[in-house]
Write a protein that binds this ligand. Structure first.
Ligand SMILES: [Zn+2]
Length: 491
């Protein structure tokens, strides 16, 4: 008889410093697909579920997709929505049985309003239904905070290997292949996990220290008996005890080998801790150096107002600095401000409009103040585009009603909804060819590199105090297990 696996996706990266809760509507705005809606939606999107479905089809394994749910990173997930999503999975496990395995695409840094460890709670509930022996496997975002409860309940964990995340499809595919081999009795996965007490800034995997660490991971994965090795960077803005970098090794029945791999890898990461830092420029210097550069375009990344880490994306400090230095020929993605969108649409294309722009969600310390500016409305659009670059190719993005307003030489993209402008299509779809501008601004920590590095001649990351700042001393952590590097020294 054919094997059968329940599959699903439930992903959220939770920033504990954001007050606004992530509720059902937040998921619906990104995607919330149930039952029969899952397959058609994910067939066109290069993420984990498509990888899983492809691998199971190749292996002749039946699968039942029950949920595909993700929201933009933001504040803690509402208990009501989490219980709903958990209930969908548990009901399917009970009512649609029998299953031979469970394979879920999770993020690993989800925090519920009254629970630090959402994925641990979910997996523990699944274990109670399916018992101790059924393989329950998960894929995790590279920014997962892997907890001991998650690892206790999972049979195998496969994390992304890349940041920007261009291997979601491959990791879903890999995890489904591991599930297939397990169900056919070809392997017996055992797993070890180790947390490194280290908060990692948002550093791409192509740069030190991660480049060398990932070379080591690939060597380990070639060893006989090794099934999968993952390094998760953690998400420092989830203020929960088990935050930090972590490593997971899955082997074929060899616990001693798995133990030695996590020991070696975690030791190596700790010994490189001095390199877990970012080169950030103050905003005045970043703008000046971009203006002085003979090359174009120069990309300025405001990593601290990145919606991909939960920030409100209406910060104004960098735009204010550009206006102060009279930047021309620049495009800025983006500022979330529904009131300004309304005002610009009311004025109409080609007309001048006065705006009180941005800085409204968390005014003052973190994201600046509203800017009183005047500009000309260049574009009014529906804010829909489809990712064309290598990360999440095919994913539809909905920015809500969107306008472009030229403010003294800076074309500012203003939207109704928070979305991360990691794909150059955010400009192209609005009639701005990014290669033709002197300066481009993106509110993104590293994902923009997949699409913008081929266009950008230089990239500067800007040091601003937003709610995903890489300067961890800007935050009042209450729950993180101490000591932790770099908050408590240890160098
Ligand atoms: Zn991530």
């Amino acid at each position: 008889m054919k094997m059968r696996v329940l599959i699903g996706e439930l992903k959220h990266e939770t920033n504990s410093f954001i007050e606004r809760k992530t509720d059902r509507r937040s998921f619906e705005e990104y995607h919330l697909k149930l039952g029969d809606e899952v397959v058609p939606y994910f067939e066109g999107v290069e993420t984990e579920l498509k990888g899983m479905m492809t691998a199971f089809s190749e292996d002749g394994i039946d699968f039942l997709p029950v949920i595909g749910a993700e929201a933009m990173p933001g504040g803690p997930v509402a208990r009501e929505f989490f219980d709903f999503a958990k209930g969908v999975l548990l009901e399917a496990l009970r009512n649609e049985a029998p299953f031979d395995g469970v394979l879920l695409a999770l993020h690993g840094a989800m925090v519920v309003e009254d629970s630090f460890d959402a994925e641990g709670e979910l997996l523990s509930a699944i274990r109670e239904v399916v018992g101790a022996d059924m393989p329950v496997m998960i894929t995790l975002d590279l920014h997962a905070n892997v907890t001991s409860e998650m690892q206790r309940c999972a049979t195998a964990t496969v994390g992304y290997d890349t940041y920007p995340h261009v291997d979601m499809y491959l990791r879903g595919y890999e995890a489904a292949k591991i599930m297939g081999r397990t169900l056919r009795g070809e392997i017996r996965p055992v797993m070890r996990h180790r947390r490194v007490p280290l908060l990692s800034p948002t550093i791409p995997t192509s740069k030190r220290p991660y480049a060398g660490i990932m070379d080591g991971v690939r060597e380990m994965e070639q060893l006989p008996g090794v099934v999968s090795v993952s390094v998760m960077h953690g998400f420092p803005w989830s203020d929960i005890p088990e935050v930090g970098v972590s490593v997971v090794a899955v082997t074929d029945g060899n616990e001693a080998l798995a133990e030695s791999l996590v020991e070696e890898l975690s030791g190596r990461i700790w010994s490189e801790r001095a390199f877990f830092r970012k080169d950030l420029l103050p905003p005045d210097e970043a703008v000046r150096r971009a203006l002085e550069s003979p090359l174009s375009p120069v990309v300025l990344a405001d990593t601290s107002d990145n919606p991909g880490g939960g920030a409100p994306t209406d910060g104004t400090q960098l735009l204010a600095e550009m206006l102060r230095q009279q930047v021309q020929d620049a495009a800025f993605a983006l500022i979330v401000d529904p009131e300004s969108v309304d005002a610009a649409i009311g004025a109409g294309v080609g007309q001048r409009v006065r705006l009180r722009l941005g800085g409204k969600t968390a005014p003052g310390k973190h994201h600046g103040v509203p800017l009183d500016v005047e500009g000309r409305v260049l574009t009014i659009a529906d804010g829909r585009y489809v990712i064309q670059g290598p990360m999440c190719t095919g994913l539809p993005i909905e920015m809500g009603r969107t306008v472009v307003v030229d403010i003294d030489g800076v074309e500012v993209v203003i939207t109704e909804r928070r979305t991360q402008p990691w794909d150059a299509e955010v400009f192209r779809r609005l009639g701005i060819e990014p290669g033709n501008r002197k300066i481009l601004v993106v509110k993104s920590a590293a994902h923009f590199r997949a699409s913008f590095e081929p266009i950008a001649k230089e990239i500067f990351e800007v040091d601003l105090p937003g709610l995903v700042s890489n300067n961890f001393i800007n935050f009042q952590f209450k729950n993180i297990l101490r000591p932790v590097f770099p908050l408590d020294g240890q160098d």
